[in-house]
Structure formats: structure tokens, C-alpha cells
Design a binder for this molecule. Structure first.
Ligand code: FES
Length: 160
């Protein structure tokens, strides 16, 4: 489901808008809260957000599309983030990203057709001293290698 037709979801989005409406600079925390709650920012929430935050739809849409963090479609059952910031990049994260794309069968910032997994880039997961880092769902893993990633993906039944 990629819309607000789910009534509990719409009620929650409306509640979050009300919480953030009077907050200076409240749009970013609101979008984070919606994505944390729904897993993505439903496209039909944009008019509600715009109205509630006294912004144009174009402004809201612009922020959502500018930041790669925000998704407009639901994520897969598992979300894999490969850190591509400087420390991880210098320790092989680009090769790790290519490996992940090949093994998972989906490109960066997409969800595999079967809906099992979404692959994203991250820009620092806070484990720079133990780079490269990968986050799978809520857990961050340090000193990642292609072999370790394969093992973790197999445990989650993400590997084809
Ligand atoms: S740069 Fe990757 S964890 Fe900080």
C-alpha cells in the first residue's frame, strides 16, 4: 500500500502534522517522524503536510525529493544501508555497494521486485574507526566484507 487510504496511517500522519505545525523549521522533523512511522512518506500526504505546515506542495515535494533519505514508496521487509562517507569509502565501501547490488539483485535506492529488501546508501553510521560499516534494519555492523555481508544476507533470507 503506497497511500494514505489506510485510515490508521492517515490519522497518525495528521497527528504528527499537528505536533510539528507550530515548530520553527518543523518540516524536516515532521518528514522524519512520518517516515519512521509509515516507513515512507506517502505521496498523498504531501497536500496534508503542505497545508498543515503552511507551505506549498512544491516546497514539500522539493524537500522530499532532495534528500535521498526520504522514500515515497514503502521499503522492503529488510533495509540495507551501505555507508559511503569518507572513512568507509577509503576502506572499500564502493566495492561493497557493487557487491551488494549484485547479490541482492537491486540497485541503490530501490526495492527488489519481490519486496524483500531495499538497498540504500548512508553517509556515516558512526563507526568510522571500524569502517566499512553497513546497517541492516536497526543493527549496524562494522568492518564489513563481501563475505560477511553474504552471510548476514543469507541469515535474513535476502540472498536469492
Ligand atoms: S564514514 Fe562510514 S561510519 Fe562514518
Amino acid at each position: 500500500m503506497t497511500s494514505l487510504t489506510d485510515i490508521p496511517r492517515e490519522a497518525e500522519v495528521r497527528r504528527l502534522i499537528a505536533v510539528h505545525a507550530d515548530m520553527p523549521g518543523g518540516l524536516m522533523p515532521l518528514l522524519h517522524a512520518i517516515q519512521d512511522t509509515c516507513g515512507f512518506v506517502p505521496p498523498d500526504a504531501v497536500p496534508l503536510i503542505a497545508k498543515g505546515m503552511n507551505l506549498s506542495r512544491a516546497e514539500v515535494h522539493g524537500v522530499i525529493t532532495y534528500y535521498h533519505h526520504f522514500r515515497s514508496t514503502p521499503p522492503g521487509r529488510h533495509v540495507v544501508h551501505i555507508c559511503r562517507a569518507e572513512a568507509c569509502r577509503s576502506c572499500g565501501s564502493e566495492a561493497l555497494m557493487q557487491h551488494a547490488q549484485a547479490v541482492m539483485g537491486c540497485a541503490e535506492h530501490t526495492t527488489r521486485a519481490d519486496g524483500v529488501v531495499t538497498l540504500e546508501s548512508a553517509y556515516c553510521l558512526g563507526l568510522c574507526a571500524s569502517a566499512p560499516s553497513v546497517q541492516i534494519d536497526d543493527r549496524v555492523h562494522a568492518r564489513m566484507t563481501p563475505a560477511k555481508l553474504d552471510k548476514l544476507l543469507k541469515q535474513l533470507e535476502v540472498s536469492p
